[in-house]
Design a protein. Structure first.
Length: 306
């Protein structure tokens, strides 16, 4: 094996960990392969205000996808939750390694669990999804905007004098920082982001060689789960600007999807779940979205986009 593969990645600690993990797995699967990382700065890395205010999800992937289309890299490694509902023409999401813990995690100042979180406490997040669900569960909380890479946000727990912050369990586990987690939210109560905990490997649609090389990284149950979640998101037409959440769990030949649409202040919320056969995962995503739209999500989404 003498192929040379260039992986495009953001330069954050977590993004580099993810890209290096893919690099190591490719080297294990294909001895002798030459894999290099190409660091690319995205719009999401340059701005210092909430992503939902300037277009949301595509801000962490656009420049990387453009490099892929220009042939400057051969594949890209993304956090699936950063991907917009639509993928550019000539590109394909070709492999999804096994999903890490999809739950949201609480890091608190004094090691308190969620049930002990103080009345009127200050909690950090810049995710509209997390903010809406927090305020729905606890309207007494003060939700403080929290931007930056994973390590930067952890430091802000102290520097902003917060009582707690909400982060994805998956990133903390991958970085070896799971010891910082004080509590994990029940995903049935606090629904994760679409694709949370999943890595997505993207390449050019016609690049058969690269697709073949990365095929061994794919985990079929994870692929099925993400298919249901992204179908749900696409049907709703949502992105980072809207509090939309969804989590699918694959159990043998069955799949269960829970989904949620909320107003920015968390006062209005429509939530539901649907089960069905694994081979109908995307259909289940469509059907759940249609159900939530008929139960009030249309009005909620209209209010957010106005």
């Amino acid at each position: 094996m003498t192929e040379s593969i260039r992986i495009g990645t953001r330069a954050s600690l977590l993004a580099l960990w993810q890209a290096n993990w893919v690099k190591s797995r490719l080297e294990e699967l294909h001895p002798g392969i030459d894999v290099t990382l190409v660091r690319i700065k995205t719009e999401g890395d340059r701005i210092d205000f909430p992503l939902f205010a300037v277009g949301g999800k595509g801000l962490f992937v656009k420049e990387i996808e453009e490099a892929l289309l220009r042939g400057e890299i051969d594949l890209a490694v993304h956090s699936a939750k950063d991907l917009p509902a639509e993928i550019p023409e000539r590109l394909i999401l070709s492999a999804f390694p096994q999903r890490e813990d999809p739950r949201d995690a609480l890091l608190s100042r004094n090691g308190k669990i969620w049930e002990e979180f103080p009345r009127g406490g200050r909690i950090g997040t810049s995710s509209p999804r997390r903010k809406a669900q927090l305020l729905n569960l606890r309207p007494d909380l003060e939700v403080v905007p929290l931007r930056g890479n994973l390590d930067t946000r952890i430091k802000k727990l102290k520097s902003l004098d917060l009582d707690g912050i909400i982060l994805a369990s998956a990133g903390l586990i991958r970085m070896g920082w799971q010891g910082k987690i004080c509590d994990r939210f029940d995903p049935e109560v606090f629904v994760p982001a679409i694709g949370q905990g999943i890595l997505a490997i993207e390449c050019r649609d016609r690049d058969a060689q690269v697709k073949s090389l990365v095929s061994g990284l794919n985990h079929s149950p994870t692929t099925v789960e993400l298919g249901a979640e992204r179908a749900f998101l696409k049907k709703l037409g949502g992105g980072c600007q809207v509090p939309i959440a969804g989590l699918a769990r694959n159990h043998g030949d069955k799949i269960r999807l829970i989904g949620l649409v909320a107003s920015m202040d968390g006062e209005k919320m429509v939530k539901g779940a649907k089960e069905g056969k694994t081979q109908e995962a995307e259909k289940i995503g469509d059907q759940l979205a249609e159900e939530l739209l008929s139960r009030g999500a249309t009005e909620i989404l209209g209010g957010v986009y106005r």
